[in-house]
Design a protein around this ligand. Structure first.
Ligand SMILES: Cc1cc2nc3c(=O)[nH]c(=O)nc-3n(C[C@H](O)[C@H](O)[C@H](O)COP(=O)(O)O)c2cc1C
Ligand SMILES: CC(C)CC(=O)C(=O)O
Length: 396
């Protein structure tokens, strides 16, 4: 049993924090997209052959019976688009406005921990790709490269999308505050507070594979964080509720976080309209409708299913982003039609990273954007503002 921000088992010879981390990704010239890889599903199939069973269990697994993991994908593909013809399309584009910025397209790289397990270039390679393709990126608290190194790698790139920092509030609030200050100083533009993982989900696939972090991979940005004090449990007390979760964040911590930072704070992991309302009352900068890619509570609903209710609950007061199961440009268009302001993808870019480093991540982003443009054109949408529920097929 472990709380969300806890550290997985690690090989005993763990490198010292930050040691041996390349500042640049492996040279692109040695990496290629294999012929025949033309969709995100192709990337996934190829990545399976590049990653060992240990890494595969971590990156691809979900919680429990993986019902939510599968539902995330099927809920998008089961919704149908309703094409419109003979619309003027010249001058069309995928641009959006979000938190005061104009972005080339609505795709972000979701926070995914321990990316050096997929490729030596790790989070820096992902950041290069996001930057080159104008995508946003959210760096995980549990990144395997220093947050400053990742920000520095793309600082000054005029076409880069937003760089945000995902935060897991640590039991040690002083350490958390220092982490926030580091993210501010490094140039991150927003904090994404993940709220759906006070405890790690039942990661059965990881347990079957005896998942452990390789020696060269660790949560370097949490170096120096003391383990939470051991609680002496009384007979009958719960190791979870009376132990690991005694300092778990609450709504009060959201207000606390807003009070200690000048950065906009978004909440990631909202599924219930009541929580969306509460977030709006606290005037957070945005929410991300997410079930953590099916990795926390199994049998939670697919994000495509809850998105309309969440959009309705916040009534335009704040942007709603969504992730989980987005694998096609058509999925992105459906999300936008349901009221999302932008989308995040998780596993697909890790597959690209495993396959060809920065080039692989860039390829995944390029495929999504190309597919989005095609879907927009075929639905008669010149801009994403025209992606309304009208383009979704409503069965009788
Ligand atoms: C291997 C892996 C690690 C993840 N690590 C984090 C993390 O550190 N913080 C976080 O907020 N979400 C994390 N997530 C969840 C993603 O940010 C995102 O919500 C999810 O992957 C979206 O679903 P998708 O993979 O189907 O696109 C992780 C997901 C995966 C697959
Ligand atoms: C280290 C984990 C807490 C990162 C995470 O959020 C995940 O694996 O889903």
């Amino acid at each position: 049993m472990s709380a969300a921000p806890g550290r997985p088992k690690q090989a005993r010879t763990a490198a010292r924090e930050g040691e041996g981390i390349p500042v640049v990704a492996a040279p692109l010239s040695v990496e290629q997209i294999p012929a025949g890889v033309v969709t995100l599903a192709d990337h996934e199939a190829h990545a399976r052959s590049r990653l060992d069973d240990n890494a595969w269990a971590y990156f691809s697994g979900g919680a429990g019976d993986e019902i939510t993991l599968r539902a995330n994908c099927s809920a998008w593909s089961e919704r149908l688009l309703h094409p419109r013809v003979l619309q003027p399309l010249a001058g069309g584009h995928t641009r959006i406005e979000l938190l005061g910025r104009t972005l080339a397209h609505p795709v972000f790289l979701a926070p995914v921990a321990y990316q050096r397990m997929a490729h030596a270039g790790g989070e820096v390679a992902s950041a290069y790709a996001a930057s080159a393709l104008g995508a946003g990126m959210v760096l995980s608290t549990q990144a395997s490269m220093p947050l400053e190194t990742v920000a520095q790698a793309i600082a000054g790139d005029p076409q880069r999308g937003p760089l945000w920092f995902q935060l897991y509030i640590q039991p040690d609030r002083g350490f958390t505050r220092e982490l926030v200050q580091r993210a501010e100083q490094a140039g991150y533009e927003a904090l994404v507070l993940t709220v759906d993982a006070p405890a790690s989900g039942a990661r059965d696939r990881e347990r079957r594979a005896n998942f452990h972090l390789p020696a060269h991979v660790s949560a370097v940005n949490l170096a120096g964080l003391a383990p939470p004090p051991q609680v002496a449990l009384q007979p009958g007390q719960s190791a979870l509720f009376d132990g690991l979760l005694v300092n778990t964040p609450t709504w009060d911590d959201v207000a606390w976080l807003q009070s200690i930072t000048r950065l906009p704070v978004l909440l990631k992991g909202i599924l219930h309209p009541g929580d969306a309302r509460q977030a709006a009352v606290l005037q957070v900068a945005g929410i991300i409708a997410s079930n953590h890619g099916g990795r926390t509570l199994d049998t939670a609903p697919a994000t495509a299913s809850v998105l309309p209710r969440i959009v309705q609950a916040v009534a335009g007061e704040l942007p709603v982003l969504v992730d989980g199961g987005i694998r096609r440009g058509t999925d992105i268009l459906k999300a936008m039609a349901l009221g999302a302001s932008a989308v995040l993808v998780g596993r697909p870019y890790i597959h690209g990273l495993a396959n060809a480093g920065a080039l692989g991540v860039a390829h995944v982003l390029r495929l999504l954007r190309d597919e989005l443009e095609i879907a927009m054109a075929l639905c008669g949408c010149r801009t994403l503002a025209q992606a309304t529920p009208e383009i979704l097929f409503k069965p009788d």
